[in-house]
Design a binder for this molecule. Structure first.
Ligand code: AMP
Length: 373
């Protein structure tokens, strides 16, 4: 199944016209073009690169009669004289004299390119020049030039896919996608150690198609692999202390950058200090994104100690196995992290959720908030 939403560079696009629908449109176009040509005529189709390469390929596959296919590319050059930008046709080698030439365009919007095409083919003394476009934007078309065949008229919204690009990306998508204003869903999953953040994040990331970043997991991975970061973090973690902000923030930024084509993030175990929270806000703002909300699992501390000791029997985590270390983690939480509730509350972004119950019950409670964000 093709994705409903794709991200290209900094923008989101939602699925708009399916490949099936495109195929149907092209089949009809090819049939109509063929029906209008004199019997026995061998037209020469000319695809306008780059955008029309897929359309041209599918179009001629649907065209039953004999035909030729060629491509041209319109390149813009900075003129040396006052004429400014000059467009030049690249790639017409064959003689078009006396032929029926049929242009295959992926999309016609303002008509500027179309105007160039008419202009350039004028010199070639063709018998007839016809224009076929897969997509047409009537609302922005400003020229009185004829377009012989239109696959689909669409509103003036930016589209990509099926050969069309956004800054060179997206041409390989089978379907057509339309620009959408959707932003990332970035959620801080909050709560004291043992509140169930990791368990819930695993379920929610699937459900909402988000990338889960657990700073604790990243540190543990680095410790296991004896990286520089791991060696640095180990001493702090083993005692149940927080790893210094600078180290943690840089690591977090790396993780976000690595996954920036995601639809959003669940931050689990980050931020844990006010300066981490500020750094995260700034970092996301630079990218035109933000935290949508802090969703906190609220669980009583005594219940948490019991849970953590139990987890320590199987997790292999040194910081889960000793009540002194666990209490220290709570102390760190109370003194440095709990204040983040106020930080997010001040931005109207704090959502407390009862963290006691079955895993599924809690996922359901969290989902109500996630849906809203
Ligand atoms: P966790 O798996 O979230 O319970 O984290 C385990 C340990 O990793 C913590 O006790 C800290 O030592 C370290 N750690 C995880 N996240 C952070 C953070 N945001 N800031 C500082 N230290 C962290």
């Amino acid at each position: 199944m093709a994705k409903k939403i794709v991200k290209l560079h900094d923008k989101y696009f939602k699925k708009y016209i399916s490949s099936k629908n495109i195929a149907k449109t092209i089949k009809k176009l090819a049939k109509n073009v063929e029906a209008d040509l004199p019997k026995g005529e061998v037209p020469i189709f000319i695809g306008i690169l780059n955008g029309s390469f897929m359309f041209a390929a599918d179009f001629i596959r649907n065209y039953k009669g004999n035909c030729e296919i060629s491509f041209v590319k319109l390149a813009s050059y900075e003129g040396t004289k006052s004429v400014g930008k000059v467009k030049k046709l690249v790639g017409i080698n064959e003689s078009l004299k006396g032929r029926i030439v049929i242009i295959l365009e992926d999309i016609i919007d303002t008509g500027n390119t179309l105007e160039e095409i008419y202009e350039m083919f004028r010199e070639h003394h063709v018998k007839q020049l016809k224009i076929v476009t897969l997509f047409f934007k009537p609302d922005v078309f400003r020229k009185g030039l004829p377009i012989d065949y239109i696959g689909k008229s669409i509103p003036d919204k930016f589209i990509v896919g099926y050969g069309l690009d956004y800054d060179n990306l997206g041409r390989n998508l089978k379907d057509i996608y339309q620009l959408t204003s959707i932003k990332m869903k970035n959620i801080v999953l909050f709560g004291p150690p043992g509140a169930g953040k990791g368990t819930q994040a695993t379920k929610l990331k699937e459900k909402y198609n988000l990338v889960h970043i657990s700073t604790g997991d990243v540190f543990r991975y680095n410790i296991k692999n004896k990286t520089e970061l791991g060696i640095l973090a180990k001493g702090f973690m083993d005692k149940g202390d927080l790893v210094p902000d600078e180290v943690t923030i840089n690591m977090l930024k790396d993780e976000v950058n690595k996954n920036f084509n995601a639809q959003g993030f669940i931050f689990d175990g980050f931020p844990r200090t006010e300066s981490q929270a500020k750094a995260l806000d700034e970092f996301l703002a630079e990218k035109g994104e933000k935290i949508n909300g802090m969703v906190a699992l609220e669980v009583d501390e005594d219940l948490l100690v019991t849970r953590l000791l139990k987890r320590g029997e199987t997790s292999g985590r040194p910081d889960d196995q000793d009540e002194v270390k666990i209490r220290n983690r709570f102390n760190e939480y109370e003194t440095k992290t709990a204040i983040l509730k106020d930080y997010f509350e001040a931005q109207n972004k704090y959502y407390g959720v009862d963290g006691v119950g079955s895993i599924d019950e809690i996922t359901a409670r969290l989902s109500i908030v996630f849906d809203k964000l």
